[in-house]
Design a protein around this ligand. Structure first.
Ligand SMILES: [Fe+2]
Length: 330
Protein backbone atom coordinates (compact mmCIF):
# COMPACT_ATOMS: atom_id res chain seq x y z
CA UNK A 1 0.00 0.00 0.00
CA UNK A 2 1.24 3.49 -0.81
CA UNK A 3 2.23 5.49 2.24
CA UNK A 4 0.54 8.86 2.79
CA UNK A 5 3.09 11.65 2.65
CA UNK A 6 2.80 14.49 5.11
CA UNK A 7 3.56 18.01 3.87
CA UNK A 8 4.12 21.00 6.14
CA UNK A 9 2.98 24.27 4.51
CA UNK A 10 4.48 27.43 6.02
CA UNK A 11 3.10 30.84 5.06
CA UNK A 12 2.11 33.91 7.05
CA UNK A 13 -1.09 34.35 5.05
CA UNK A 14 -4.06 32.12 5.84
CA UNK A 15 -5.31 32.53 2.31
CA UNK A 16 -2.16 30.95 0.86
CA UNK A 17 -2.29 28.07 3.33
CA UNK A 18 -5.94 27.38 2.42
CA UNK A 19 -4.98 27.40 -1.24
CA UNK A 20 -2.14 24.90 -0.71
CA UNK A 21 -4.30 22.59 1.39
CA UNK A 22 -7.08 22.68 -1.19
CA UNK A 23 -4.58 21.75 -3.85
CA UNK A 24 -2.70 19.01 -1.97
CA UNK A 25 -5.39 17.12 -0.08
CA UNK A 26 -7.34 15.85 -3.13
CA UNK A 27 -4.04 14.38 -4.35
CA UNK A 28 -3.75 12.20 -1.27
CA UNK A 29 -1.31 14.31 0.73
CA UNK A 30 -1.77 14.95 4.42
CA UNK A 31 -1.11 18.60 5.26
CA UNK A 32 0.04 20.49 8.33
CA UNK A 33 0.27 24.26 8.48
CA UNK A 34 2.30 26.91 10.27
CA UNK A 35 1.99 30.70 10.09
CA UNK A 36 5.64 31.50 10.74
CA UNK A 37 9.08 29.97 11.10
CA UNK A 38 8.94 29.41 14.81
CA UNK A 39 5.62 27.62 14.52
CA UNK A 40 7.03 25.51 11.70
CA UNK A 41 9.98 24.36 13.82
CA UNK A 42 7.61 23.53 16.68
CA UNK A 43 5.53 21.32 14.34
CA UNK A 44 8.69 19.63 13.01
CA UNK A 45 9.81 18.86 16.57
CA UNK A 46 6.47 17.16 17.24
CA UNK A 47 5.53 15.29 14.09
CA UNK A 48 7.30 13.42 11.31
CA UNK A 49 7.08 15.39 8.05
CA UNK A 50 8.05 14.29 4.52
CA UNK A 51 8.36 17.69 2.85
CA UNK A 52 8.24 21.39 3.73
CA UNK A 53 6.72 24.08 1.49
CA UNK A 54 8.23 27.28 2.73
CA UNK A 55 7.36 30.92 2.10
CA UNK A 56 10.34 33.28 2.32
CA UNK A 57 8.93 36.57 3.59
CA UNK A 58 7.47 35.91 7.00
CA UNK A 59 7.52 37.67 10.34
CA UNK A 60 9.28 36.18 13.40
CA UNK A 61 11.67 34.03 11.38
CA UNK A 62 12.02 34.20 7.60
CA UNK A 63 12.12 31.23 5.24
CA UNK A 64 15.89 31.28 4.81
CA UNK A 65 16.44 31.06 8.56
CA UNK A 66 13.91 28.24 8.92
CA UNK A 67 15.55 26.32 6.09
CA UNK A 68 18.98 26.74 7.66
CA UNK A 69 17.66 25.46 10.98
CA UNK A 70 16.10 22.43 9.31
CA UNK A 71 19.24 21.58 7.35
CA UNK A 72 21.55 21.93 10.35
CA UNK A 73 19.47 19.71 12.61
CA UNK A 74 20.53 16.06 12.29
CA UNK A 75 16.98 14.92 12.99
CA UNK A 76 15.45 17.13 10.27
CA UNK A 77 18.17 17.61 7.66
CA UNK A 78 16.83 14.80 5.44
CA UNK A 79 13.45 16.56 4.93
CA UNK A 80 13.29 18.17 1.48
CA UNK A 81 12.37 21.87 1.36
CA UNK A 82 10.65 23.68 -1.52
CA UNK A 83 10.81 27.47 -1.20
CA UNK A 84 7.89 29.39 -2.58
CA UNK A 85 8.50 33.06 -3.02
CA UNK A 86 7.06 36.10 -4.66
CA UNK A 87 10.56 37.50 -4.68
CA UNK A 88 11.92 36.07 -7.86
CA UNK A 89 15.34 37.62 -7.49
CA UNK A 90 18.55 35.78 -8.12
CA UNK A 91 19.82 36.84 -4.71
CA UNK A 92 16.88 35.20 -2.97
CA UNK A 93 17.42 31.99 -4.85
CA UNK A 94 21.12 32.02 -4.00
CA UNK A 95 20.31 32.56 -0.33
CA UNK A 96 17.84 29.69 -0.46
CA UNK A 97 20.39 27.41 -2.08
CA UNK A 98 22.93 28.35 0.58
CA UNK A 99 20.36 27.51 3.22
CA UNK A 100 20.03 24.05 1.62
CA UNK A 101 16.60 24.25 -0.08
CA UNK A 102 16.02 21.55 -2.70
CA UNK A 103 13.62 23.44 -5.01
CA UNK A 104 12.24 26.91 -5.72
CA UNK A 105 8.95 28.10 -7.13
CA UNK A 106 7.84 31.67 -7.60
CA UNK A 107 4.42 33.01 -6.69
CA UNK A 108 1.91 32.85 -8.24
CA UNK A 109 2.91 29.24 -8.79
CA UNK A 110 1.65 26.95 -11.46
CA UNK A 111 -0.39 24.28 -9.66
CA UNK A 112 0.50 21.46 -12.03
CA UNK A 113 4.18 22.32 -11.76
CA UNK A 114 4.06 22.38 -7.96
CA UNK A 115 2.37 18.95 -7.86
CA UNK A 116 4.90 17.55 -10.29
CA UNK A 117 7.87 18.83 -8.32
CA UNK A 118 6.43 17.56 -5.04
CA UNK A 119 5.86 14.13 -6.59
CA UNK A 120 9.43 13.98 -7.95
CA UNK A 121 11.05 15.10 -4.73
CA UNK A 122 9.08 12.68 -2.57
CA UNK A 123 9.86 9.80 -4.92
CA UNK A 124 13.59 10.41 -4.75
CA UNK A 125 13.43 11.02 -0.97
CA UNK A 126 11.72 7.61 -0.62
CA UNK A 127 14.52 5.91 -2.58
CA UNK A 128 17.11 7.78 -0.52
CA UNK A 129 15.45 6.64 2.70
CA UNK A 130 15.33 3.05 1.52
CA UNK A 131 19.02 3.29 0.53
CA UNK A 132 20.02 4.66 3.95
CA UNK A 133 17.87 2.04 5.65
CA UNK A 134 19.63 -0.75 3.77
CA UNK A 135 23.06 0.62 4.65
CA UNK A 136 22.14 0.42 8.31
CA UNK A 137 20.62 -3.03 7.87
CA UNK A 138 23.89 -4.22 6.30
CA UNK A 139 25.92 -2.68 9.13
CA UNK A 140 23.63 -4.36 11.67
CA UNK A 141 23.88 -7.74 9.95
CA UNK A 142 27.66 -7.61 10.31
CA UNK A 143 27.35 -7.18 14.08
CA UNK A 144 25.67 -10.59 14.49
CA UNK A 145 29.04 -12.24 15.13
CA UNK A 146 30.44 -9.50 17.32
CA UNK A 147 30.08 -8.74 20.99
CA UNK A 148 27.05 -6.62 21.77
CA UNK A 149 28.02 -3.30 20.22
CA UNK A 150 24.64 -1.62 20.84
CA UNK A 151 24.37 1.82 19.32
CA UNK A 152 28.12 2.06 18.57
CA UNK A 153 27.67 2.30 14.81
CA UNK A 154 24.95 4.96 15.09
CA UNK A 155 27.00 7.04 17.50
CA UNK A 156 30.06 6.88 15.25
CA UNK A 157 27.89 8.15 12.37
CA UNK A 158 26.61 11.06 14.46
CA UNK A 159 30.05 12.02 15.80
CA UNK A 160 31.52 11.85 12.31
CA UNK A 161 28.79 14.15 10.95
CA UNK A 162 29.52 16.63 13.75
CA UNK A 163 33.25 16.67 13.01
CA UNK A 164 32.72 16.92 9.25
CA UNK A 165 30.52 19.98 9.70
CA UNK A 166 33.01 21.56 12.11
CA UNK A 167 35.73 20.99 9.51
CA UNK A 168 33.70 23.00 6.99
CA UNK A 169 32.62 20.12 4.75
CA UNK A 170 29.50 20.38 2.56
CA UNK A 171 26.11 19.18 3.80
CA UNK A 172 26.33 16.37 1.25
CA UNK A 173 29.62 15.22 2.80
CA UNK A 174 28.07 15.51 6.28
CA UNK A 175 25.07 13.37 5.30
CA UNK A 176 27.14 10.76 3.52
CA UNK A 177 29.53 10.34 6.40
CA UNK A 178 26.62 10.14 8.85
CA UNK A 179 25.04 7.17 7.07
CA UNK A 180 28.08 5.44 5.61
CA UNK A 181 30.35 5.62 8.68
CA UNK A 182 28.03 2.96 10.13
CA UNK A 183 29.64 0.51 7.69
CA UNK A 184 33.16 0.92 9.10
CA UNK A 185 33.31 -2.55 10.65
CA UNK A 186 31.11 -4.39 8.15
CA UNK A 187 34.09 -6.63 7.25
CA UNK A 188 33.96 -8.19 10.73
CA UNK A 189 31.30 -10.52 9.34
CA UNK A 190 34.28 -12.54 7.97
CA UNK A 191 36.15 -12.65 11.30
CA UNK A 192 35.55 -15.71 13.52
CA UNK A 193 33.46 -14.88 16.57
CA UNK A 194 35.98 -16.49 18.96
CA UNK A 195 38.40 -13.74 17.91
CA UNK A 196 35.78 -10.98 18.12
CA UNK A 197 34.58 -12.17 21.49
CA UNK A 198 37.91 -13.18 22.99
CA UNK A 199 38.46 -11.75 26.45
CA UNK A 200 41.96 -10.33 26.86
CA UNK A 201 44.48 -9.40 24.20
CA UNK A 202 44.71 -11.12 20.86
CA UNK A 203 47.81 -13.06 19.81
CA UNK A 204 49.82 -11.67 16.89
CA UNK A 205 48.21 -14.21 14.50
CA UNK A 206 44.75 -13.32 15.75
CA UNK A 207 45.56 -9.61 15.34
CA UNK A 208 46.61 -10.28 11.74
CA UNK A 209 43.30 -11.94 11.09
CA UNK A 210 41.40 -9.16 12.84
CA UNK A 211 43.18 -6.51 10.75
CA UNK A 212 41.69 -8.04 7.64
CA UNK A 213 38.24 -6.71 8.57
CA UNK A 214 39.24 -3.50 6.78
CA UNK A 215 39.89 -5.15 3.41
CA UNK A 216 36.92 -7.49 3.82
CA UNK A 217 34.75 -4.44 4.46
CA UNK A 218 35.88 -2.75 1.26
CA UNK A 219 35.29 -6.00 -0.62
CA UNK A 220 31.73 -6.38 0.71
CA UNK A 221 30.79 -2.77 -0.06
CA UNK A 222 32.26 -3.05 -3.55
CA UNK A 223 32.63 -0.21 -5.99
CA UNK A 224 29.18 1.34 -6.38
CA UNK A 225 29.75 5.10 -6.78
CA UNK A 226 27.09 5.92 -4.14
CA UNK A 227 28.98 3.85 -1.58
CA UNK A 228 32.48 5.20 -2.19
CA UNK A 229 32.47 6.89 1.21
CA UNK A 230 31.59 3.70 3.00
CA UNK A 231 34.20 1.70 1.11
CA UNK A 232 37.00 4.16 1.88
CA UNK A 233 35.94 4.37 5.54
CA UNK A 234 35.82 0.58 5.93
CA UNK A 235 39.22 0.21 4.27
CA UNK A 236 41.07 3.08 5.97
CA UNK A 237 39.53 3.68 9.41
CA UNK A 238 42.50 1.95 11.13
CA UNK A 239 45.13 3.85 9.16
CA UNK A 240 47.01 6.36 11.32
CA UNK A 241 48.25 9.85 10.53
CA UNK A 242 51.83 8.85 11.48
CA UNK A 243 51.77 5.86 9.13
CA UNK A 244 51.65 3.14 11.79
CA UNK A 245 48.14 1.92 10.98
CA UNK A 246 46.74 -0.81 8.72
CA UNK A 247 46.04 -2.29 6.21
CA UNK A 248 48.39 -0.24 4.02
CA UNK A 249 50.30 1.98 6.46
CA UNK A 250 49.08 5.12 4.68
CA UNK A 251 50.36 8.39 6.09
CA UNK A 252 48.88 11.89 6.54
CA UNK A 253 46.66 13.05 3.72
CA UNK A 254 47.13 9.79 1.85
CA UNK A 255 44.36 8.65 4.20
CA UNK A 256 40.96 9.84 2.94
CA UNK A 257 39.49 12.61 5.13
CA UNK A 258 36.32 10.62 5.82
CA UNK A 259 38.45 7.80 7.28
CA UNK A 260 40.58 10.23 9.34
CA UNK A 261 37.34 11.59 10.83
CA UNK A 262 35.83 8.17 11.55
CA UNK A 263 39.08 6.95 13.11
CA UNK A 264 38.91 9.38 16.05
CA UNK A 265 35.15 8.85 16.47
CA UNK A 266 35.59 5.08 16.54
CA UNK A 267 38.44 5.36 19.10
CA UNK A 268 36.51 7.70 21.39
CA UNK A 269 33.42 5.50 21.35
CA UNK A 270 35.42 2.29 21.84
CA UNK A 271 37.09 3.83 24.90
CA UNK A 272 33.76 4.82 26.40
CA UNK A 273 31.95 1.65 25.48
CA UNK A 274 32.57 -1.34 27.69
CA UNK A 275 34.04 -4.22 25.70
CA UNK A 276 34.89 -7.75 26.75
CA UNK A 277 38.62 -7.13 26.49
CA UNK A 278 38.93 -3.81 28.28
CA UNK A 279 37.21 -1.59 30.83
CA UNK A 280 35.22 1.44 29.77
CA UNK A 281 36.24 5.02 30.51
CA UNK A 282 34.27 8.10 31.37
CA UNK A 283 34.49 11.15 29.11
CA UNK A 284 37.57 12.63 30.79
CA UNK A 285 39.30 9.27 30.81
CA UNK A 286 38.70 8.77 27.08
CA UNK A 287 39.81 12.33 26.36
CA UNK A 288 42.98 11.81 28.40
CA UNK A 289 43.96 8.72 26.41
CA UNK A 290 43.31 10.40 23.06
CA UNK A 291 45.30 13.52 23.96
CA UNK A 292 48.10 12.00 26.05
CA UNK A 293 48.17 8.45 24.70
CA UNK A 294 48.58 5.07 26.41
CA UNK A 295 50.39 1.86 25.44
CA UNK A 296 48.26 1.51 22.29
CA UNK A 297 46.89 4.89 21.33
CA UNK A 298 48.91 8.05 20.60
CA UNK A 299 47.76 11.56 19.66
CA UNK A 300 50.09 11.27 16.63
CA UNK A 301 47.69 8.67 15.24
CA UNK A 302 45.18 11.38 14.44
CA UNK A 303 45.09 14.16 11.87
CA UNK A 304 45.96 17.26 13.97
CA UNK A 305 43.15 19.28 12.37
CA UNK A 306 40.60 16.55 13.05
CA UNK A 307 41.94 16.19 16.59
CA UNK A 308 41.60 19.95 17.17
CA UNK A 309 37.99 19.87 15.92
CA UNK A 310 37.32 16.88 18.16
CA UNK A 311 38.74 18.69 21.21
CA UNK A 312 36.60 21.72 20.43
CA UNK A 313 33.49 19.56 20.24
CA UNK A 314 34.43 17.15 23.04
CA UNK A 315 31.57 18.24 25.37
CA UNK A 316 29.10 17.59 22.54
CA UNK A 317 30.58 14.11 22.04
CA UNK A 318 29.96 13.44 25.73
CA UNK A 319 26.35 14.64 25.42
CA UNK A 320 25.79 12.50 22.33
CA UNK A 321 27.28 9.45 24.01
CA UNK A 322 24.96 9.86 26.98
CA UNK A 323 21.93 10.58 24.80
CA UNK A 324 22.58 7.59 22.53
CA UNK A 325 23.78 5.16 25.17
CA UNK A 326 23.04 1.53 24.42
CA UNK A 327 19.51 0.45 24.99
CA UNK A 328 18.22 4.02 24.83
CA UNK A 329 16.43 5.49 21.86
CA UNK A 330 18.00 8.38 20.01
FE1 LIG B 1 37.38 -1.41 12.78
Amino acid sequence: MKRTHRILCVDDEDFNLDLLEALLRPHGYETLTALNGREALAVLAEKPVDLVLLDINMPVMNGHEVCKKIKSDPQLAHIPVIMITSLDSKENKMKGMEAGAEEFLSKPFDQAELLLRIGNILRSADYENAFDYLILALARAAEANDIDTGNHILRVGEYAALLARELGQSEKFVEQIRTQATLHDVGKVHIPSQILKKPGRLTEEEMDEMRQHTSFGAMIIGDHPHLEFGRRIALCHHERWDGTGYPKGLKGEEIPLEARIVSICDCYDALRNSRVYKPNYDHDGALGIITKGDDRMKPEHFDPQVLAAFLKLAPVFDELYIRMKDGEKT
